[in-house]
Design a binder for this molecule. Structure first.
Ligand code: IPM
Ligand code: MN
Length: 363
């Protein structure tokens, strides 16, 4: 099969981790006789510096013409004083809006080899396997009006949803739950917010279309605690944009590192794939970044944009095997580096690539 995957590596560790993801995908393509191409375009801070805009027109056009977009990370400390619409992050938000994907899938899977990296006890996280479905195009991120009025010293954002926006993302969550453990936990703040009451009523209605799936509702404050106490209770967690942003970072405590988390955004014109972690400027360019989140994001491209489910599973299994053999990036060897072979970003990428290759050749 042919696939045009636009790579927008972005800032900080973005280029380092996307390089490794692309190398793994190239291996899968060459062994399977697939034709994958990986054109590159700028986004975020690097695009502000070179092109004067966080989302240059050429990047947007190339993204819309591609079959999938792989994004590294955006952001950097030198842009911290800019207004939201001028920042690197604005480039990513404009890209998300233009591509139109509204359902951001963020799987959080607790590899048992990484339990030691979590401050939670191993028996709490063992077997945890959660799929966050984060609404990505609504809520406070995009709601109007929004403003910082400097003369009155007042600022506001708007958490706004329509019934249809809630229903379409809820359908994605329920439908994915039918392929997993048939449970959806919908997270809101319906004891305080009208927008959450609409959210809850709509999700409850959509649930009728999926009789095999059990629906429960949680308030976001309680959920942030339950997630740490009983992560194994959850299958699909459905939530609005900002709550999903917060809870998905929290889920890094379950997986042992933010560097392990992949994401896929579906439902629009072109799917967008990004590791959940940020640009991590403090470790950029030092070979310290964990490429596994980006590599697992590559697996999601195969699953959701290429129909190559078996190959996606090979990458995921390859990552597990590499961990089983004791290979770690520094973020995964904080407590006991002496027990492991601690790898740089490229060494880790190479090890996964070789493992994937062996599995595919012997398949
Ligand atoms: C994420 C990030 C983004 C978000 C930023 C970089 C705009 O934190 O993907 O989780 O808030 O959605
Ligand atoms: Mn985030």
């Amino acid at each position: 099969m042919k696939l045009n995957i636009l790579v927008t590596a972005g800032d900080g560790i973005g280029p380092e981790v996307t390089n490794e993801a692309v190398a793994v995908l190239r291996e899968v393509a060459s062994l399977g006789g697939h034709e994958f191409i990986f054109p590159e375009r700028r986004i975020g801070g690097v695009a502000i510096v070179h092109d004067g805009s966080p989302l240059p027109a050429g990047t947007l056009a190339a993204a819309l013409a591609s079959d999938a977009v792989l994004l590294g990370a955006v952001g950097g400390n030198e842009f911290n004083s800019l207004a939201p619409e001028k920042r690197p992050e604005a480039g990513l938000l404009q890209l998300r809006a233009a591509l139109g994907g509204f359902a951001n899938l963020r799987p959080a899977f607790a590899f048992k080899e990484l339990a030691v990296n979590s401050p939670l006890r191993p028996e709490i996280i063992d077997g945890a396997d959660i799929l966050f479905v984060r609404e990505l195009l609504g809520g406070l991120y995009f709601g109007q009006p929004r403003e910082w009025n400097r003369s009155t010293g007042e600022a506001w954002n708007t958490m706004r949803y329509t019934r249809d926006e809630v229903a379409r993302v809820a359908r994605v969550a329920f439908s994915l739950a039918t392929k997993r453990r048939n449970k959806v936990t919908s997270v809101d703040k319906a004891n305080v917010l009208e927008v959450s009451q609409l959210w809850r009523a709509t999700v409850t209605e959509v649930a009728q279309e999926f009789p095999s799936v059990t629906l429960e509702h949680q308030y976001v404050d309680a959920m942030s605690m339950h997630l740490m106490n009983q992560p194994r209770n959850y299958d699909v967690v459905l939530t609005e944009n900002l709550f999903g942003d917060i809870l998905s970072d929290e889920s890094a405590v379950i997986t042992g590192s933010l560097g392990m988390l992949p994401s896929a955004t579906i439902g629009g014109k072109v799917n967008l794939y990004e590791p959940v972690h940020g640009s991590a400027p403090d470790i950029a360019g030092k070979g310290l970044a964990n490429p596994l989140g980006a590599i697992l994001t590559g697996a999601l491209i195969l699953r959701h944009s290429a129909g190559l489910e078996a190959e996606a599973v090979v990458i995921e299994t390859g990552v597990r095997k590499v961990l089983e053999q004791g290979f770690r990036t520094p973020d995964l060897a904080r407590t006991n580096p002496q027990d492991f072979t601690v790898f740089t970003t490229t060494e880790m990428g190479k090890k996964v690539r070789e493992t994937v290759k062996t599995m595919l050749v012997n398949a």
